[in-house]
Ligand binder design. Structure first.
Ligand SMILES: C[S@@+](CC[C@H](N)C(=O)[O-])C[C@H]1O[C@@H](n2cnc3c(N)ncnc32)[C@H](O)[C@@H]1O
Length: 276
């Protein structure tokens, strides 16, 4: 069975997606786009980070999850890394950042104490470590661990980052990672933000939480901006996570202008006139 990207509208999208869930032989990217794998958003971001690395002839990249809780997302990120590594030939390191003890206290109204509170989302560190196959856990408050990370470790260039720390304060501290040297990053990094779309009780908006952290980051940096990905607008059926993919643009990165498109001089050439 040949499956198509969501530019195609099947008569019954739900059963089309269910078939893709079952069919392990189907194209990986198409399964991701139809949300037919766990944490498809992570796979999508990582896939396109690896694709950019391959085009720039960068042999290895890092993928990070900020906010791990029990570890379901980090384990899914590991599975995506294995599949995407096999498909693209780009080696992938996986990192997970968390306190290891659940949510710290909120630091004011921007942290949305009506929605998030201290002590939620605990981790069983030993149990998770026993399940991990490639991810490295970085435990502690991101206010400290992010600062130590780029100096203390030598990660492969960072290409994909998932933000799921819930609070404005923690997200802004995690975004401080991007202040590292260009060599530690791809020129454009795929980002996923978990808390930018949600139910009425969450009431996410640009003055609190992750959306406010993105605005604060952009206001503070002239040569780096975080912007929503426009790539997913081309599909007729939108999955929820299509609204959660952003890109970090590092305009001053030495490879930001490197040509990666497939278009050449003969692209868009005048078509042959039937009458000629
Ligand atoms: C919603 S949970 C993450 C869920 C996980 N991504 C998943 O998909 O299952 C949010 C996590 O952020 C972590 N967190 C919040 N503030 C933090 C901080 N300042 N430093 C480190 N971790 C923090 C909490 O410990 C919690 O485990």
């Amino acid at each position: 069975m040949t499956y198509r990207k969501p530019t195609f509208h099947p008569a019954n999208p739900a059963s089309y997606r269910n078939r893709l869930r079952e069919d392990a032989s189907a194209d990986y990217l198409i399964r991701l786009l139809w949300d037919a794998l766990d944490y498809s958003a992570y796979g999508y971001g990582l896939y396109h980070a690896a694709d950019l690395a391959r085009r720039l002839q960068i042999p290895a990249i890092s993928a990070i999850e900020f906010g791990v809780a029990g570890g379901n997302g980090l384990l899914a990120l590991e599975r995506h890394a294995a599949a995407i590594e096999a498909e693209t030939g780009v080696r992938i390191e996986v990192w997970g950042f968390d306190t290891g003890t659940g949510m710290p206290p909120p630091q004011g109204w921007r942290d949305m104490p009506y929605r998030f509170r201290e002590g939620n989302y605990c981790m069983d560190v030993d149990k998770l470590r026993a399940r991990l196959t490639r991810a490295q856990l970085v435990l502690g408050d991101v206010a400290q661990t992010v600062q130590d990370f780029l100096t203390g470790q030598t990660p492969a260039p960072i290409g994909f980052v998932a933000f799921d720390l819930d609070y404005h304060s923690a997200t802004l501290q995690a975004l401080g990672l991007f202040e590292g040297d260009h060599a530690a990053f791809l020129p454009r990094c795929q980002l996923y933000f978990d808390n930018v779309i949600g139910y009425e009780l969450s009431s996410y908006n640009r003055f609190v939480g992750e959306l406010a952290a993105i605005e604060d980051f952009n206001a503070a940096h002239d040569d780096m901006k975080i912007a929503p990905s426009m790539a997913l607008h081309r599909f007729v059926i939108a999955r929820r996570w299509y609204h959660q993919i952003y890109l970090l643009h590092r305009f001053a990165h030495p490879a930001y202008a490197t040509y990666v498109s497939g278009a050449g001089p003969q692209s868009l050439a005048l078509k042959t006139d039937e009458a000629e």
